[in-house]
Structure formats: C-alpha cells, structure tokens
Design a protein around this ligand. Structure first.
Ligand SMILES: Cc1cc2nc3c(=O)[nH]c(=O)nc-3n(C[C@H](O)[C@H](O)[C@H](O)COP(=O)(O)OP(=O)(O)OC[C@H]3O[C@@H](n4cnc5c(N)ncnc54)[C@H](O)[C@@H]3O)c2cc1C
Ligand code: FES
Length: 506
C-alpha cells in the first residue's frame, strides 16, 4: 500500500471499515437457473432479487466480491446525476427524462425497502442532494425546469448549507446515502444455499450459447438457461458496447474537519466536485470526490488528488486527510446506461455504462433484468435497451470527440515516437515505457530495486498501456483495462495478463 503523508492511506474507507467474505472458487459442472458474472452492486442486487423470487443462481466473481468499483465508490444514492434531465429531454424527449427519473427514484425506494426489510445496519439515511453552480444561473434554471417536468422532488434555490456562495442550485428532496459494503455484504449473505452459490477467484472467459448457456471460466464450466453479465465493462460483448462508452477516472479523499458537516450531499456542475459525509470510528468523515479525466491518459495521477485536496482545504478547516482512493466508471454515448439483452441473444443480459451513478443505476439494472427473466412487464426496459438506436446528434458528436484518441492509440502505437530507456535508468518506485530497441516494453522498479518488465500491449485490442503513478498500475487508455505493476489483469475488458519479460539488466 502506497501512503502519501498529506493524503492519508491509499485505501477506500468502505474497504477498510468492513471485513471481507471468503467464498471458494467454482465447483465445475453445476447447473443453475441463472449465472451472474461479477459481484458489484449490479451483480449482487440481481442475485439477491432472483434468489428471493426462488430462482437458483450462481454468482461468479473474478476476484473478491464488492471490491472493484463498488468498493471504491462514494455511494450517494440519488437521482441527481449532475445536469442530466435537460440533456435527456433534448437527446430523447420529455418521456425519456421522466422514465430515467422514475427508475432512479424507485431504485432509492428499493434500496430503502431492502434495508428496512432485512434490518441492515449500513448507515442508510434519507437526506437532500444539491446540484449547484457557482456562476451559471440560467443553466441551473433550465435543468430545474426539466427536473420538474420529469416529476422529480426538486426546488430551485440560490442558497445551500455549503460554507461558500453559489449562484444557483437544485435541491432534490429525499435522496439517500449509505455504506455500500455493509449493505451489499449483507445481501450476499442471503444468496448461498438451497441450490444457489457465490464463487470468488473465478474469472469468466467465455459464454457459449445453446439451449443451456455454458459459461467457461478459468476454473471450469457451469451451465444455466440465463446469464447476466455485470462485470462492470462486459467481457462478453457481441454488441461491442465497449466501443460505445469510454472509461472515466475519479478520485476521492476521506477527511475530518473542525466544523460539523452540513445536512446534505453536494454536486458542483463545473468541476464535478461532490461532497458527502459518513459516520466513522473517529467521528463524521467528509468525502470529497471528483477531478474526473479519461482513464489511462494522465502523466501524474497525484495531481488529481491534489486538486481535491486544494478544494477541500480551501473550503473546510481540514484537521486530517485519512484516506485517498480512485476508480473509474463508463460514460455512454447518450448518457444513459446499457441494461437488457445483449445483441443477437434472448437469454444473455448485460448492465454497464453507469455514468458514475451505479448505486441507483446498478439497482435499476437488477430490477429490469430480474423482471425480464421472471417474465414480468417492465416499463423502463426499452428505454435502457443496449440495442437502442437513439441518441441523436449533440451527445454523439461530443462522444466521438472524446473517443477519437482511441482510434489514434490503436492505429499509431505511440512507441515509435518515444525515447528508449534502459531498466537501470528507472528510479525506485517508478514505472515507465522503456521502448527497448523498438520493442513494446514497460517496466516498474520496486522499492528494493527489483524490475518488473512487461509487454506494453494491452491484451484486449492492443493499445499501449500507461503508468498510473498513484495506484502503481498499468492502465489502458482505450477501453479501461487495468493491470497490476507485475502485469496481472485487475479490470476488463482484457481477460488475461500482460506478457512478462525477463529483465536483462538491473
Ligand atoms: C470515484 C467514483 C465515485 C462514485 N460515486 C458514486 C456515487 O456517489 N453514487 C453512485 O450512484 N455511483 C457512484 N459511482 C459509480 C458507481 O460506483 C459504479 O457505477 C458502480 O459501483 C459500478 O458497479 P458494477 O457492479 O457495475 O461494477 P463493479 O463494482 O466493478 O463490479 C463488477 C465485478 O465484476 C468482476 N469481474 C470483472 N470481470 C469479470 C470476469 N470476467 N468474470 C467474473 N467477474 C468479473 C469484478 O472483479 C467486479 O467485482 C462512482 C464512481 C467513481 C469512479
Ligand atoms: S482495453 Fe481495449 S485495447 Fe486496452
């Protein structure tokens, strides 16, 4: 673990404040009703709802449950997804905005009802959420009107409880926050037994279609009539959804301030800084999050933590920063998640592209897909359908602009333009592209001087990985695959490790 003195531990507060669970690896040869791949909020909620409906499930997780993105979220449960309803109105129509609003509001209710029903101690609390701008009144007024049209519980205001002035804000009533791992680990406890299973340390690598679908994993195969792919970015992707999204990184700091935090969650439109608080052993901890950028593109990831630190110290009397962490989420072309059947198949489902709002969107996904499998009507399903032909112009143009560099990365391979370095030129703790005699090599030197040399070619589609100096990972700038410093795959869509090379010199 890499600790920065000013930024506290490199660890998510949610991970550190809850013990993990230990489930075994796959028992080969099983048959269940539904196989669910990936145990974040979308996968666990789907497994929970299906098991409750007396459907047998196998939830298969490549690493540990609730660890990847959901273990590193900031867990605001809200329909206030920054400025979105005015965009949805123009990309779709007012009915689209209404469906999106209703689905997210019902997801908040669903989480609350599960918490109450199971009496889960997960610090769930209903509170208001403010979306504010420090300088743009008209944009907030337009968004507030779109929210009202979408029947959201909002009001326009020019004051918030924040310790600094805002030009305008939308106050969403009755939103919520919780501790995501306390909630989801509790749901996971209900899944195993009576013909249902959770397996960890088991990576799915293929889905073979048939009367019974067969999921092939690195620990053997398992069969089911229905398969749900909730692996954050789908590894089984006949509709090539990965090409209709891009990965965006965000950062979070957990800190303590002299003054008590304000009642609410806060989302700034401009720099996308968000604030919430959470109970902790040391008292009320404030979480600031944001500083977004496209994943795998930055030279110095610490700069983004520093941006958050500057904002927090500029606005609060910060006593100490105890935690820093980061993760990423996928942004879709029309700003709406992809939830439903994968292309060309009627019994394989996918949920992805949560746009940094997966607490509600992951729950919406579980509700829609569960209804589809159980044969219940669901009035939101066609709006979220991954095969939808909308959206129209504006968001498509914006998306193509953002994604143009993927084509560049794939076509050019930037190594030829880069200087060559020898492993001996690496500093301890440094990761760098070496470009040894034109060969695509990257390397990291650990604190003891050991060098880990790897192919720089992402095993997904061949882009060149870049060093993330804050997390000590190799991140792919194209579709978000991530690898440890010694090449093990951490995050898809890549399914395998970076090729390891022997180090020729120290
Ligand atoms: C910094 C940050 C803050 C955020 N804050 C908020 C917030 O306040 N509110 C909000 O609503 N949303 C927020 N989000 C977004 C939210 O955290 C995500 O949308 C959500 O957690 C994604 O959940 P998931 O289930 O899709 O993915 P994950 O939690 O990543 O789960 C997917 C699982 O699939 C597993 N997996 C991957 N490949 C395979 C395979 N081949 N076989 C088996 N298993 C596999 C992974 O190991 C992982 O456990 C935030 C995101 C970021 C980046
Ligand atoms: S994630 Fe697609 S090429 Fe790396």
């Amino acid at each position: 673990m890499n600790d920065d003195q000013n930024l506290g531990k490199l660890e998510s507060f949610w991970m550190e404040s809850t013990p993990g669970r230990d489930y075994g690896t796959l028992e080969e040869g099983l048959t269940v009703d539904v196989i669910i791949l990936g145990a974040g909020i979308a996968g666990i909620t789907s497994a929970y709802l299906l098991k409750k409906a007396e459907v047998s499930v196998a939830l298969i997780e490549a690493r540990k449950i609730v660890k990847d993105v959901t273990g590193h979220t900031t867990a605001k449960i809200t329909s206030a997804h920054n400025v979105i309803y005015s965009n949805l109105e123009s990309n779709f129509d007012s009915n689209g905005a209404r469906i999106y609003a209703e689905a997210n509001e019902r997801a908040i209710d669903k989480i609350e009802s599960i918490v109450k029903e199971r009496n889960i101690e997960c610090d769930f609390k209903r509170i208001p959420c403010y979306v504010y701008s420090e300088d743009e009144k008209d944009m907030i007024k337009k968004e507030a009107k779109a929210c009202e049209d979408a029947k959201l519980p909002v009001s326009y205001t020019e004051s918030t409880p924040l310790p600094y002035d805002v030009a305008a804000a939308i106050k969403y009533k009755n939103q919520a926050e919780f501790h995501p791992r306390k909630y989801l680990l509790n749901l996971a406890d209900t899944i195993t037994g009576n013909g249902s299973y959770i397996f960890e340390g088991t990576r799915a690598i293929d889905v073979k279609k048939g009367e019974m679908n067969e999921v092939v994993t690195d620990k053997g195969s398992v069969q089911a009539k229905n398969v749900i792919v909730t692996t954050h970015v789908p590894f089984y992707d006949p509709g090539r959804l990965f090409a209709r999204m891009y990965p965006s990184m965000s950062y979070a700091l957990g800190f303590y301030a002299s003054e008590p935090f304000l009642e609410g969650m806060f989302i700034s439109t401009k720099l996308t800084f968000t604030y919430r608080s959470t109970p902790s052993d040391k008292g009320e901890m404030i979480i600031v999050s944001g500083a977004n950028h496209k994943a795998g593109h930055e030279k110095d990831n610490f700069e983004f933590y520093k941006k958050l630190e500057k904002h927090a110290r500029g606005h609060f009397n910060v006593k100490s920063i105890d935690y820093h962490w980061s993760t990423m989420d996928y942004i879709t072309m029309d700003k709406v998640p992809y939830i439903g059947k994968v292309k060309f198949d009627s019994r394989i489902y996918v949920a992805t592209g949560f746009m940094k709002w997966g607490m509600t969107s992951g729950t919406v996904a579980a509700m829609i897909i569960t209804d589809m499998i159980l044969g219940n009507d669901n009035k939101w399903s066609s709006f979220f359908d991954p095969s939808r032909s909308k959206p129209v112009l504006e968001s498509t143009k914006e998306f193509l602009g953002t994604n143009i560099d993927v084509a560049k990365e794939l076509l050019s391979g930037r190594l030829s333009r880069q200087k060559s370095y020898k492993p001996s030129e690496l500093e301890k703790g440094e990761g760098r592209v070496l470009n040894v005699d034109g060969n695509k090599v990257v390397a990291y030197k650990d604190e003891n001087g050991k060098v880990y040399a790897l192919s720089s070619v992402c095993v997904h589609l061949g882009c060149q990985v870049n060093w993330n100096n804050a997390e000590k990972t190799w991140d792919c700038p194209c579709h978000g695959s991530r690898y440890t410093y010694d090449g093990e795959v951490l995050h898809g869509p890549a399914l395998g490790n970076l090729k390891r090379y022997e180090v020729l010199e120290k």
